[in-house]
Design a protein around this ligand. Structure first.
Ligand code: THU
Length: 146
């Protein structure tokens, strides 16, 4: 688990974004993907100024594999954080590596109106989306408050 105070690493906003991009890229290089050969990395910054990362981890029983976003979220919860400020997701290839449906819902659980999802390729950010753009009309914790 990687848990850093943002202030321990970089100070400016743009450098902070660069730090997250590099964390996601490093996570991507660690992915365990013997079946798809498709590495994905994710890095999260939280409203409390902590950062976490994760990679996809596949399994011989294919459905048991986990996505990079799920790994980063599990690390975040273990670190005591529950509100995502930014999440960077990175993969290779020409297409946008947008979070899968299940991961959209997982990110949604820990999002706010300000949460941003940054879709990256090895060269940098390709597209940035709000949670509402990524998962419109979503169901979340508020829906259970009757
Ligand atoms: N994958 C992720 O890690 N995140 C996503 O949002 C999309 C897909 C992984 C799962 C699997 O290990 C590989 O990419 C190919 O689907």
């Amino acid at each position: 688990m990687l848990k850093l105070k943002a202030s321990e690493a970089k100070t400016t906003k743009s450098k902070c974004d660069e730090q997250l991009f590099e964390l996601a890229k490093d996570a991507m290089s660690k992915a365990y993907v013997p079946y798809s050969r498709f590495n994905v990395g994710a890095a999260i910054s939280t409203v409390n100024g902590h950062v976490y990362s994760g990679c996809n981890v596949e399994n011989a029983a294919y459905p048991e594999g986990t996505c990079a976003e799920a790994g980063a979220i599990a690390s975040m919860v273990l670190g005591g954080d529950t509100v995502i400020k930014d999440i960077y997701v990175i993969g290779k290839g020409d297409g946008l590596v947008t979070p899968c449906g299940g991961c959209r819902q997982k990110i949604r659980e820990f999002s706010s109106a300000d949460t941003m999802i940054h879709i990256c390729g090895p060269e940098g950010v390709r597209k940035s989306l709000s949670m509402e753009e990524l998962l419109p009309f979503s169901f979340g914790p508020e829906n259970l408050k009757l």
